[in-house]
Design a protein around this ligand. Structure first.
Ligand SMILES: Cc1cc2nc3c(=O)[nH]c(=O)nc-3n(C[C@H](O)[C@H](O)[C@H](O)COP(=O)(O)OP(=O)(O)OC[C@H]3O[C@@H](n4cnc5c(N)ncnc54)[C@H](O)[C@@H]3O)c2cc1C
Length: 441
């Protein structure tokens, strides 16, 4: 039995580990990885003693305790992690607004506070009096759910920054569980200055003490290194009878974590309607800019949101050196800007760093004299975009692959908004499904 696993991010690595833990002979596994290193979107980078995560600031949290413990154990167990209380804010002019925004409107200037609470109550009344259904597009949903004020002061500008398109072009279907949804009483309390917590899901998180988020995937791969072919892009997958040729070599099974939209370049004999469905799946890339600072201490923040244009192109800023002191040399600190980037658009030149720094300065996050250097990483695929044809295209893509016997897995392998713990959970479920089949040969 020979199993090809395409991609050595957390999905491919954890699947391989669960198969081995379930009794599969490791020599049956062959992981193909295009990059010279494992880890995919969970990788981190260190420059002159400053470490940052290359695909946006990553934290470890999960509702699934065994999955989270498994990830911790990969990186050396509980002692290899720091435990943090999440403290996230929205920067609004020169104010810090509690997150989620609707739980923080009491922190706003009076007029904005009034706009938000008046709009919220009106929307709540209209919604409950009419019993109206949630609108299908995200732009209308924001107004329906939060009202005019919150839409104008936060939700619309912030989400346009991150999604890089009018919000009417994306669905509201992805929202459940991702956009915090506060009870009306809590929003009223917040407006008059009574603190309410809101989104408690990630109120505590973990982060590796050293090396950024990457020790989790490094650890997951450490027992598999003889099985992983680095710098080996998969260029062709071809079905041959009941087996598959991957780059010309025969395998009994193929699991792919490669982005679905790239598979038409790789998988042979794909029908044109499936090719079209896959190629037109939408996503955003990301530019991460580390800002190394000659500053001894940050305020106690985990990450912040920058909704407004005068705050520069970044939508989110991670206080990397607050995640772990191991992320910066002693006596120094760091920030990291996340700038989403539209698919099929070449990444911009060096002026992006200047724009980010100017925005940070406007937002009062730093002084120019504190900046030691910046460093940039880019990822082509960061966020799945849930446009209105997403379900149809994705179902066509997944349905055809599964009919061929190619198993799709992973954030872009299945085009799902999954965090790394969910990748591990899905790999664990797939391993449980495959193990009896593989045991039968
Ligand atoms: C901005 C941002 C913030 C996030 N924050 C968090 C967080 O706080 N916590 C959290 O748990 N998760 C977070 N995530 C999600 C997490 O990064 C992903 O869920 C996870 O890393 C996806 O792993 P994967 O293995 O499915 O995909 P990937 O990591 O993309 O792995 C796919 C692998 O396939 C390889 N590959 C691609 N093409 C080929 C080819 N042709 N041949 C061979 N190999 C190929 C790639 O190099 C890559 O290594 C975040 C993601 C983003 C973008």
């Amino acid at each position: 039995m020979k199993i090809a696993i395409l991609g050595a991010g957390i999905s491919g690595l954890s699947l391989a580990r669960f198969l081995v833990e379930g009794g599969i002979d490791p020599t049956a596994l062959h992981l193909f990885e295009a990059a010279p290193v494992i880890g995919g979107l969970c990788r981190s980078k260190t420059v002159d003693g400053f470490t940052y995560d290359v695909a946006g600031g990553h934290i470890l949290f999960s509702k699934d305790e065994p999955a989270m413990q498994w990830m911790k154990d990969c990186a050396g167990g509980d002692d290899a992690f720091v435990k943090r209380d999440r403290n996230t804010k929205i920067r609004f002019g020169d104010r810090w607004v509690h997150y989620p925004f609707e739980n923080g409107i009491g922190d706003l200037p009076k007029q904005a506070n009034f706009d938000c609470i008046a709009g919220y109550v009106k929307a709540w009344h209209e919604r409950t009096a009419s019993g109206s259904e949630a609108p299908g597009d995200f732009g209308s949903w924001v107004h329906w759910r939060f009202g005019e004020g919150i839409a104008k002061h936060f939700m619309t500008p912030y989400n346009e920054k991150i999604w890089k398109r009018p919000l009417q072009q994306i669905t509201s279907g992805w929202v459940a569980g991702r956009v915090p949804d506060a009870p009306v009483e809590d929003v009223l309390r917040a407006a008059v200055g009574i603190r309410t917590e809101g989104y408690t899901h990630q109120s505590i998180f973990y982060y590796p003490k050293a090396g950024g988020f990457q020790p989790i995937t490094d650890g997951a791969g450490s027992t598999l290194m003889g099985r992983i072919r680095l710098s080996t892009p998969v260029t062709e997958v071809r079905k041959q009878g009941e087996s598959f040729l991957v780059n010309g070599e025969e395998f009994d099974r193929v699991v792919s974590t490669l982005p679905l939209d790239k598979l038409p370049d790789v998988v042979a004999d794909m029908p044109s309607d499936v090719t079209a469905a896959m190629r037109t799946l939408e996503y955003n890339g990301m530019i991460c800019i580390l800002v190394a600072l000659d500053r001894a201490q940050h305020p106690n923040l985990s990450w912040i949101y920058l909704p407004h244009d005068d705050q520069g192109p970044a939508n989110r800023v991670t206080y990397m050196s607050n995640y772990s002191p191991g992320n910066a040399p002693e006596g120094k600190t760091s920030l990291m800007a996340e700038v989403t980037w539209p698919m099929h658009t070449p990444f911009p030149g060096g002026s992006m760093e200047q724009d980010v720094l100017a925005g940070f300065k406007n937002a009062g996050l730093l002084e120019e004299r504190e900046v030691l250097f910046t460093d940039r990483s880019t990822v082509s695929h960061a966020y799945v975009v849930f446009d209105h044809d997403y379900d149809r295209r994705r179902n066509a893509a997944l349905g055809w692959l599964e009919a061929q016997g190619i198993t799709p897995l992973g954030r872009f392998g299945r085009y799902e908004y999954d965090n790394s713990d969910q990748c591990v959970i899905k790999s664990r479920a797939l391993a449980a499904k495959l193990l009896p089949e593989l045991a039968r040969g």
